[in-house]
Design a protein around this ligand. Structure first.
Ligand code: PNS
Length: 168
């Protein structure tokens, strides 16, 4: 049986924490779909297309370097996650847990998603020690005030942040 997993997120922007999750999640399934959500409610800084392209570019680079295998693909989606998961034939949702503060939101989301789609199991991976505090929200705040985000995000994301905040 194909064991398709979906790793959804807003990825606004993609961080090294997300990439760490992609690497680890990709070993747990036959195919991993990184699902970039439109998420208009969060008023993302970057467009859906830009976020998808940034994720895709890093995923392709990791494939080229042999860090991940060819079983990872990137797709964007609008609307309900559970509907996208059905269309993608995914049976597993991957989410990262950084701190206790993530738990309540993640628990609610996992429970709601389970009610909407009984065939979908949420699997939590703990963020790796090095990345456990990296959050897109913090990265944007640091970049907005001209701080150095190079240890949090890939080069291409750093460049886009600088453009977005008029620092270049
Ligand atoms: O990276 P994030 O912002 O924590 O990811 C949140 C995401 C995209 C997984 C969540 O907002 C989502 O699933 N959005 C799609 C709309 C949806 O299904 N909402 C109900 C979730 S119970």
């Amino acid at each position: 049986m194909a064991n398709i997993a979906l790793y959804p997120g807003t990825f606004d922007p993609l961080t090294f924490g997300h990439l760490d999750m992609v690497i680890r999640a990709s070993t747990l399934c036959s195919k991993l779909i990184v699902g970039v959500a439109e998420n208009p409610g969060k008023h993302p800084l970057f467009s859906l297309e830009k976020r998808r392209k940034l994720v895709e570019s890093e995923v392709n680079e990791m494939k080229a370097k042999g860090i991940i295998s060819e079983n990872v693909e990137v797709q964007s989606f609008k609307g309900l996650l559970t509907e996208f998961a059905k269309l993608a034939d995914a049976s597993m949702l991957i989410r990262g847990l950084r701190a206790v503060s993530d738990f309540e939101y993640e628990f609610q989301m996992a429970s709601a998603n389970k009610r909407l789609n009984q065939n979908l199991e949420t699997v939590f991976l703990t963020a790796s020690e090095k990345q456990h505090f990296v959050a897109s929200r913090l990265v944007k705040e640091i970049a907005r005030f001209g701080g150095d985000v190079s240890s949090f995000v890939p080069k291409i994301v750093e460049k886009e942040l600088m453009i977005a905040f008029g620092k270049k």
